[in-house]
Design a protein around this ligand. Sequence first.
Ligand code: SF4
Length: 895
Amino acid sequence: MTINMDFKEQLNNLASQCHDNTIIITPNQRLKTYLLNEIEATFYDSAWTTPKLLSLSEWLTETYQSYIFQKETNPLLLSQIQAHYILQQITSTEADSFISNIQTITDKLFSAWEYLKLWNIPIDEIKQYTQEDYQWFIRVAAQFEKHLTQHKYITPAQLPDFLLKNLAWMKQITTNQLLFFGFDEITPQISRLCEKIKLNHVNIEFITFNTPAKQIKAHAFINKEEEIEQMTNWAYEHYRQGKKRIACIIPELLTHRKTIFNAFAKKFYQNHFFTTQQLKAPFSITGGEPLSDFPLIRTVLAVLKCAQYRIDFSTINYMILSPYIGEATNEHNERSLFAEKIREHVFLEVSLKQVISLLNNDNSCPNLLQQLQIIQSFNINQFLSINSWIMKISSLLKKLQWPGDRTLSSNEYQQLTKFDSCLKLLSSLNFLSDNMSFTKFLNLLITKLNSQLFQPENETSPVQILGILEAAGQQFDTIWFMDLTDEHWPTNANPNPFIPAEIQRKYKLPHANAERELQFAQNIQTRFMQSCHEIIFSWSENSENTTNQASALIRPYIMTYQMQSVDSITAHKNLPVISFNDTIPITSSEFAADSYLIKKQAECPFQAFAHYRLKAKAFDKINFITSKKHRGILLHYVLQNFWQSYSGLVDLKKNKFKLNDTLLEQTKKYVHKYYQSIYIDNSDFIALESQRIYQVLNNWLEVELARDDFDIYEIEKSHTLFIDKLKLRLRVDRVDQLHNGNLIIIDYKTGLSSEKKWLDSNFVEPQLPIYCLLFPHQVVGLAFAQLHAESITFKGLTIENASLPGIEKQKNITGTINQFISNVTGQECAISSNNYLTLPEMFSLQHAWKLKIQDIANNFLQGVNQPQPINQQICTFCQRESLCRVHNIKRIFTQ
Ligand code: SF4
């Protein structure tokens, strides 16, 4: 690795100060690793022995261990997580039952208590403040310390004081020189310890490297997107020039992490746009995502949640489709189909028992069935220790063959290792806790996995994207420090709510007030300016609806910035030109489908091609218990059964006085039956839904009773219609016959509908016009029976003496009818606007529909398959964009 001379000189200087017994102490593990790597790279060919390097907490722990080694009785040093856990138990007992977020409150209490220790603040100073929060903190802190004393525990925050107290008893400090490297500030507690150690003839020095930047610039950008893009281009240019230490520093890295990662990936992998090979990342980004977000670990949580009584749909769906469960590869297709089936049958929540019962009937995934049965037999109704739960869960995962039968990638393997270390951390709490329920353990596990950020291990990358604290202490060739508006830099004060503001100011606690934040920001910025040859500060002038100013700390460096032009992605590529002119005709003698085929082909030919020929089904949305889909099915179901009992209007009128009772009874019966078939057993909900449906149907009966005479001709009857070799399977809701033998086709609709869509040039509502083709020269009217709470009526087109309540003369749409017929048939049409359609006019319209339907069907049979949606909304509901890629292609061509 190339090291710039200044930096090498400084390392040489550091080396010259070290002797055999020197310990170099860094503020954290990250800086220790950084320094170690730099020393090894610089002195790999010299005789200089790498000095002992320890992070501050490692050094304190090591010193403590060398002390206790010589004492018979000694306190037990807890880890941070153990100390936090004890405090959380006390907080839970002390908190009012209405406080829900114990975790957040404990975090604040724990940090308040640590401040007292690290800044040597006597708790008595807080006692004079009578506000309830402070008093509560004092009580919890007192209990916490009592607990620690009783059990002879000490925490990491108490360790320096403990060492200070026992310094005289220690036989040795294990060194005669301590070099503190990269510390921006030392807490009063460590300061006192160092002073005392110095008295034991130990030399203590504080060292920082200093490379004053020769170029300092500050630039404004129009908005955050442009700022990120220019920073990315800048980093890429430096990378291409061979620089090895390029830093991009972002104060709120976690917030912008995804956007920044995507921008860098797009730029740095531009030449690998179509490759599948594993790439060595030229950039690294710190922070990471919660471990629980990674599919491998999400699978574990999904499995454990499935063991509970009720499971939400997304959890069971995730578990079934996860590739990290045994035999997932072999049953991949069957599991996908089964997941789709559950989606059709299940509401927002379901029980494992119901899923198993569905799968039993389905019989398509025997391994999955066995796995679900294993989860079902996992007994959650126990109170066990943390270790027992861990063992039980490990055994469950083993039986499910987690993490699956695929070879894990390096990242997945690292996630697995991190998951194991999470379990070890939890296990370290075992001796501090009583037996607990499964729910409590699961919450503990989820909290832990949420708080563990995972970042794949990477060899040191030339470009590093870092937060402020991660960047501190390191040396770079060049730095870009972004997002420095006066709003974000210095950062806002964030005082701890459990320590009075006055005390926080007095002791200068971190984040205590604006003055403290300003001082911190100045120190950090100065440090960055002394860590590289060139530094760029940037900010964006606009964000959402506000205008930003540059931070006062960077204003002296403002200048106009001219970015070097960097080639766009497309300039690097020889993109293939893709043609959609090829048709793929159907060659079989017959092609069966439902009536939606015509609709889909009319909306977008590729949508129909994908659905009916490639069999690429879009996922249904999850149907909530109250979704329109289920209401629609229910209304059809009840009406279908109701009309089994009545033959037509005469029959209806004859039984008028008992109609309401019959309807109520049938509604209750069939609503209950329907919900039972889809595993809903909530009787209150079913009663409410029955009542609601009854009211709609009761109002609807009034509309039916106001009609001219009719008989039921057929109800929910299946038909087959051939258009050339296209075989359409149809199911008509209802056909009524009038006294003269003519027919009216009726379709129940729970949403608002309009007959105008039958006349639209795009022809996106072809269902009822298709039904007309089943009864040539017999249909005198077609109508939606609109069963919407706000509008219960017929909507449609009829001839005069077949009129239905709600359907008026066609005067408002005559022009549209004329235009539709003319467009399709190529012949002028002049239907009069003053009346209902005449019978010949109705047949002319049906003839035009027939031609239109034949035309669309022929397009499908000939294999016309362009991704040409009639509007953007079609794509929103279609969900096949990843298959047709029409938008990607459009974007590339636009560029
Ligand atoms: S996403 Fe749009 S263009 Fe693609 S198939 Fe669906 S409707 Fe057609």
